[in-house]
Design a protein. Sequence first.
Length: 97
Amino acid sequence: LGCEYNLLCRNCCHFCQSLCQALGLGPIPIWLKSLSDAGTSLVDGVEAAAAAGRETVRVATRAARDIDNRYQITDRASATVGFAGAAIRSISPINVD
């Protein structure tokens, strides 16, 4: 079906390969599929790198959350910002609220 066509993974070369084998002619010459095979390998490599990147983000996020929970960085930073804001408001001649 047309909706199953894929330039790299399911194209006219793959159709010819299946047709030749169904007719008993054997496989098509390897050089006919080499460009789409190279493209498929490239896409597979990019997808693997992207998946590894997503996993790295998950691990780093989990580690950051654990560090934040252990040392209460977010709470301390919020308290510091609140304290600094109050100090600025107390000495500022202009209303900053």
